[in-house]
Design a protein around this ligand. Structure first.
Ligand code: SAM
Length: 338
């Protein structure tokens, strides 16, 4: 894609040369020029990043155990299913995938997983569970920057030469989000504003009023934000590696950020949900990780040749899921309707 084409598309659609970051991120990921609407599904081995269900099928098997343990049956719905590697492990016919990317939806259809482009396409009204793995971090954020005792927004400017950053006065919804989340201005820290995650949750609750939510993602609690050494928590990925600044190769890189889970928990609380936040590692260990691990280890001892190689690879995948420096260090947010 020619970046001029993308620039002209933005100019025409927004009738402006100044685009708020969340709009920019939305277009760079989900428009016809977007990263998730290209020919390959991004969250798989040949794609740009590897997620827990792509690393090991046991992630889904353990989730399936958790679902059974919690007597969850009705209209189990996943948001942002990618290739379907997680939802395919859920042992029920009564499951649905909502996936914004048409490329990913084709993969879901190939696996006979009922899939929809958006929430409003679902025909049912209630659900026992809404879940998602690494979907929140792909919901476009805006960026607030505190300077000269005032909040501004970092925006994308469409210039003759290309794309660059600029600043505008912060919008009301951004200021409201900052206030609700009781954030103090710090000139050294950019704030990823998650108003679109709040809207995403609100819409799901209005339509499905799920009894439970379960989200896995990378992120932090607000009290720990100061411990992170980066000014901005937004980054891009391409070919399994960290990549360029988000405005340099729109459409060719994934744009993502660390989730402020304290804010998600606050939003869910305001909407009548009680949350608990734990590490992915602990969620998996609490829900049968060791049984799968011991079983594979025993099988390994009795196997030889190709079978031995296969089990070894399954064991490495399983171990990667709980690695505290990697996927195991992700968060798992469980929320129940009160
Ligand atoms: C990082 S991928 C994760 C895919 C999969 N869950 C996995 O773990 O392999 C994020 C996916 O979420 C989808 N997505 C982002 N926002 C969405 C939304 N609001 N509704 C449905 N899908 C969404 C993207 O198209 C993308 O396929």
């Amino acid at each position: 894609m020619e970046s001029t084409q993308f620039k002209n598309y933005l100019k025409k659609k927004y009738k402006s040369n100044k685009i708020f970051f969340d709009d920019y991120m939305h277009e760079a990921l989900y428009s016809k020029f977007g990263f998730f609407n290209n020919e390959i599904v991004r969250s798989q081995k040949g794609g740009d990043f590897l997620t827990s269900p792509e690393v090991s099928e046991y992630f889904g098997k353990i989730l399936n155990k958790w679902i059974k343990k919690n007597n969850i049956y009705l209209n189990i719905t996943e948001f942002g299913s990618g290739t379907g590697s997680l939802i395919e492990q859920i042992d029920t016919e009564n499951k649905f995938a909502v996936e914004i990317s048409s490329t990913a939806r084709k993969e879901l259809s190939k696996k006979n997983i009922k899939n929809f482009a958006k929430l409003n396409d679902l025909s049912f009204k209630n659900s026992d569970l809404v879940f998602g793995n690494e979907v929140l971090d792909n919901i476009p954020c805006s960026v607030a920057v505190y300077k000269n005792n005032k909040w501004h927004e970092k925006i994308v400017s469409l210039d003759d030469v290309g794309l660059s950053y600029d600043f505008l006065e912060a919008r009301k919804e951004t200021l409201d989000w900052i206030e609700v989340n009781q954030l103090k201005g710090d000139e050294n820290i950019d704030v990823e504003i998650q108003t679109n995650i709040d809207i995403f949750l609100e819409n799901i609750i209005y339509k499905l009023s799920p009894k439970n939510f379960l989200f896995f993602d990378y992120g932090f609690e607000q009290k720990d934000r100061g411990k992170r050494k980066y000014r901005s928590l937004i980054r891009t990925y391409k070919d399994h590696h960290l990549s360029v600044d988000p405005i340099l190769e729109p459409g060719y890189v994934d744009i993502t950020y660390d989730i402020n889970f304290s804010s998600v928990i606050r939003k869910l609380k305001n909407m009548g949900y009680e949350s608990s936040l734990l590490l992915q590692r602990d969620f998996l260990i609490n829900n049968g990780f060791d049984d799968y691990f011991d079983n594979l280890q025993n099988k390994l001892l009795l196997s030889e040749g190709m079978e031995n190689l296969k089990i070894n690879s399954q064991l490495s995948g399983l171990k990667a899921l709980i690695d505290s420096n990697g996927l195991g260090g992700f968060y798992c947010l469980e929320a129940k309707k009160i």
